[in-house]
Structure formats: structure tokens, C-alpha cells
Ligand binder design. Structure first.
Ligand SMILES: [Zn+2]
Length: 263
């Protein structure tokens, strides 16, 4: 909406220019509400979207990156956020996200909206399992060999969240090979010592996801804004040395209290 107003205003100011053709994707830019000093562009070669974005995936950065910043003597919220964004934006790692929300609720942008991020991809074997219902029996999909034992806790939490569905593949748009396709990624900067999310982070997560859903022209619901773990529940299962299967905490912690979808 703001963007359209800006476009109108700009056209009024420059009537001598022939009207430029509108970009075919509404997602090609940077969010106008994120100022330049909070844009840390990742200049690697990301794929342009082939399927329009229609949902948001919410992640946490994990505490490791915050600790790394602390170890370098970086303590200030804004500088820790900048450090984390630069981590995402540098080559040599296979991850990058569109947005990061710092503890004070400021939004940072790393990827333009018109490209796919690297934040929730499925490896081939994982994708094959999600194509059916077999994944519900697998307990250790990422360790090289797949153990065909049903996990102790099952996938009760996932099934409770999506009673009508069989697989996270059904949450993706038609033709999307993994959650990276058709999504926008938002990372919450981990709070030190496993502390709770700040109120500012919660407020911004609500307003940012509203703004993004508005731009994508979708309603903001529990299906258009999803935590990473709902899109890759197998990744949350692990087999301990003892052979015991344990379900790791789903991230982001306290998901149910993070977003207000209204009722
Ligand atoms: Zn994640």
C-alpha cells in the first residue's frame, strides 16, 4: 500500500518520464519501512521466484551467533543484529534469510523479496518422505541412514496443529519442491541465555507478518505464517546414543504465544 502511494507520488513528481512497465512480481524490492542502514544485502546468486510468495516462515537465529558476537565484544543490540545479518549475508555458508527482528523490535533485511531464501530447504530424501505419510514413522532423517522406527512421541504436536493434513508438503503452494519456494523468511534474533522473546520482538513479528501478508495478498492465518519446525517436523526428531528417540523443542519457543491471529 505504502509502496503504491510512493509510486503514485513519484510519478507525479516526474511526469516527463514515460511510465515504466510495472515489475511482474510485486516482491522485487526492499521493504520501504526498513531504512538503508538496516539493509545488509546478500549479494550471492539467489534464484528469482518462479512461484509467487504466499507464506511466511518464522525461525530463530539460534543462540550460537549471538554468543559469537558477544565473544568479539559486541554487546549492543543493534550491533549484534548487524553481526548476525552479516553472518547470513556472507558467502561460505548455505543459509540466508529475508528478515531479522532484533531484541528492540527493529527489522533488518538481507534478501530482496523477489528471490528465494535458503532457510527451510528439504534434502532429496526428506522431500521423498514428505511426499507420502512414511515420514511419520521416520525418526532420524538427517543422519545418512534412515531408521524405520516410529518415534517415541510420534508427531502429535504437528498432527494437532494440522488435523486435516498428512504431510507438511500439503502446506506448500502447488509445484513447490521445498518450503524455500513461495516463502518469505523471518528470523528472530535469539535472546541470550534462552530468555523469552521481548515484547518488542513479538509486536514487530505481528506487524511485519501483517505487512508481508498484505503485500502477498494473502490473509494472515496460522497456515500463511508458520514456524520452521511445522514445515520440517522430521528435523526435530533425534536419536540419542542410547538409541532413545527424543523430540527436540520446537522452535521458535512458545510459538502459540508469539502471534495474535485474532479469532
Ligand atoms: Zn529455522
Amino acid at each position: 500500500m505504502l509502496n503504491e502511494l510512493f509510486q503514485v507520488w513519484r510519478d507525479l513528481l516526474t511526469p516527463q518520464n514515460p511510465p515504466e512497465p510495472k515489475p511482474d512480481l510485486q516482491m522485487v524490492d526492499w521493504l520501504p519501512s526498513v531504512p538503508h542502514d538496516r539493509r545488509i544485502p546478500d549479494e550471492r546468486d539467489f534464484s528469482k521466484r518462479t512461484i509467487p510468495a504466499s507464506f511466511v516462515v518464522v525461525h530463530t537465529t539460534g543462540a550460537g551467533i549471538v554468543q559469537k558476537a558477544f565473544d568479539k565484544g559486541i554487546k549492543d543490540c543493534r550491533e549484534v543484529a548487524r553481526y548476525a545479518c552479516r553472518y547470513y549475508a556472507r558467502s561460505g555458508n548455505g543459509v540466508s534469510t529475508h528478515f531479522l527482528i532484533d531484541w528492540d523490535g527493529y527489522v533488518w533485511q538481507i534478501l530482496p523479496l523477489g528471490v528465494q531464501g535458503w532457510h527451510a530447504g528439504w534434502k532429496t530424501n526428506v522431500r521423498q518422505l514428505y511426499a507420502g505419510t512414511d515420514w511419520q514413522r521416520w525418526s532420524h532423517p538427517l543422519g545418512g541412514s534412515l531408521a524405520a522406527q516410529p518415534p517415541a512421541g510420534g508427531y502429535a504436536a504437528w498432527k494437532e496443529a494440522f488435523p486435516g493434513l498428512d504431510s507438511p508438503a500439503q502446506l506448500l503452494p502447488e509445484g513447490a519442491p521445498s518450503p524455500n519456494t513461495g516463502s518469505i523468511s523471518v528470523d528472530l534474533l535469539a535472546v541470550p541465555a534462552g530468555g523469552p522473546w521481548t515484547e518488542a520482538q513479538k509486536d514487530t513479528l505481528n506487524s511485519l507478518t501483517l505487512e508481508l501478508c498484505d503485500r502477498m495478498n494473502v490473509e494472515r492465518t496460522a497456515v500463511t505464517v508458520l514456524p520452521h519446525s511445522y514445515l520440517d517436523p522430521m528435523r526435530r526428531m533425534t536419536v540419542k546414543k542410547s538409541g532413545k528417540v527424543q523430540e527436540l523443542a520446537w522452535d521458535p519457543k512458545g510459538w502459540d504465544d508469539l502471534l495474535d491471529f485474532g479469532s
